[in-house]
Design a protein around this ligand. Structure first.
Ligand code: NAD
Ligand code: ZN
Length: 380
């Protein structure tokens, strides 16, 4: 048994003291895991837009000081009371939403919106006792979505950890703990395109390219990528995207452009931008009679969605998904296996890598819209 069990661990964490200000690497104290909690050593983490939105705290509310980070991979260091499914040494992916396995959602085959552990971006504490497990000189530092992976050690509820194949390379599969699985699942589990069908993907960031990867795996014959930033198009070719539309190049709404390109609309569309106009276009560009649109992007807190009700009556379906409808504990291990079996390609999503000490570079890259995923290596 490791000598740190039951002890406070002092380690490095990247602390966000204030909205929009560079993170500061600090020495933090990480308390031992309490009931149904697990303390893990993070080996690799990556930056996702959701971290940036809550760090900027422009369009979303946030609490500070806070340790961000939710896309990561790590190894269990110790477990708290009542944890039987995981043991020190297990390889895990932390997830921003959980699966208690007992609530109505967890018991339903259709839902992954666990009542107990569903994402809560306002909460900065652990649910067991309403306290933080992080502190600096005794002063609390808040958690983010129950994961806070920008720390060498973190404490996570057992229900937010997927135990994965120990042979899986953690520097690759860490990106499955949020963005890529979200896009992939949005297509495979929710949009469900059939072989030979057409799929439009709005937003060619990592999530949208995850959705495109899903369309490729499902055997879609046309994958239309839509983005306001044409520099995304070259990269997207590697993801099987066959055609590109930049809404800025046209005077008419992009839904009309897509309807013309496809003889009435695409069979499926997946929106991965967070922009309301793109959400409306994604819905209105699907074919009447059978088209299904899936919303993935997280909108501005005051956003509203507007469309004519006839669009529904004409037998178009609008759905939304959260984490690609994957149940974190039950389903994520099999997504890792899809990578291990060489069906799913992950390397092409990883465009940058930095050591933990340079974590702010990952923020700069994302703010500039450069690259897809930047892996942050915790050990030098
Ligand atoms: P990203 O910023 O890397 O990619 C978004 C892309 O959308 C950019 O290339 C941008 O140019 C493009 N875009 C913006 N507005 C557009 C418009 N009106 N029309 C066409 N293209 C437009 O972001 P990402 O990391 O890929 O994440 C995408 C979205 O998914 C974000 O909103 C993120 O918060 C969300 N997300 C949702 C879930 C979920 O469970 N639902 C999980 C993770 C991420
Ligand atoms: Zn549950």
């Amino acid at each position: 048994m490791s000598s740190t069990v039951g002890q406070v661990i002092k380690c490095k964490a990247a602390v966000a003291w204030e909205a929009g200000k560079p993170l500061v690497i600090e020495e933090v104290e990480v308390a031992p895991p309490q009931k149904m909690e697990v303390r893990l050593k993070i080996l690799f983490t990556s930056l996702c837009h959701t971290d940036v939105y809550f760090w900027e705290a422009k369009a979303q509310n946030s609490v500070f000081p806070r340790i961000f980070g939710h896309e990561a991979a790590g190894i269990v260091e110790s477990v708290g009371e009542g944890v039987t499914e995981l043991a020190p040494g297990d390889h895990v992916l932390p997830v921003f939403t959980g699966e208690c396995k007992e609530c109505a959602h967890c018991k339903s085959e259709e839902s992954n919106m666990c009542s107990l552990l569903r994402i809560n971006t306002d909460r900065g504490v652990m649910i067991h006792d309403g306290q933080t497990r992080f502190s600096i000189n005794g002063k609390p530092v808040y958690h983010f979505v129950g994961t806070s992976t920008f720390s060498e050690y973190t404490v996570v509820h057992v229900g937010c950890l997927a135990k994965i194949n120990p042979l899986a390379p953690l520097d690759k599969v860490c990106i499955l703990s949020c963005g890529i699985s979200t896009g992939l699942g949005a297509t495979l589990n929710v949009a469900k395109p059939t072989k030979g069908s057409s799929v439009a993907v709005f937003g060619l960031g990592a999530v949208g390219l995850g959705a495109a990867e899903g369309a490729r795996l499902a055997g879609a014959s046309r994958i239309i990528g839509v983005d306001l930033n044409s520099s995304r198009f070259e990269e997207a070719k590697k993801f099987g995207v066959t055609e590109f539309v930049n809404p800025k190049d046209y005077k008419k709404p992009v839904q009309e452009v897509i309807a013309e390109l496809t003889g009435g609309g695409v069979d499926r569309s997946v929106e991965c931008t967070g922009n309301t106009n793109a959400m409306i276009s994604a819905f209105e560009c699907v074919h009447d009679g059978w088209g299904v649109a899936v919303l993935v992007g997280v909108p501005h807190k005051d956003a509203e969605f507007k469309t004519h009700p006839m669009n529904f009556l004409n037998e178009r379906t609008l759905k939304g998904t959260f984490f690609g409808n994957y149940k974190p504990r039950s389903d994520l291990p099999s997504v890792v296996e899809m990578y291990m079996n060489k069906e799913l390609e992950l390397e092409k999503f990883i465009t940058h890598e930095v050591p933990f000490s340079e974590i702010n570079k990952a923020f700069e890259l994302m703010l500039k819209g450069e690259g897809l995923r930047c892996i942050i290596r915790m050990e030098g």
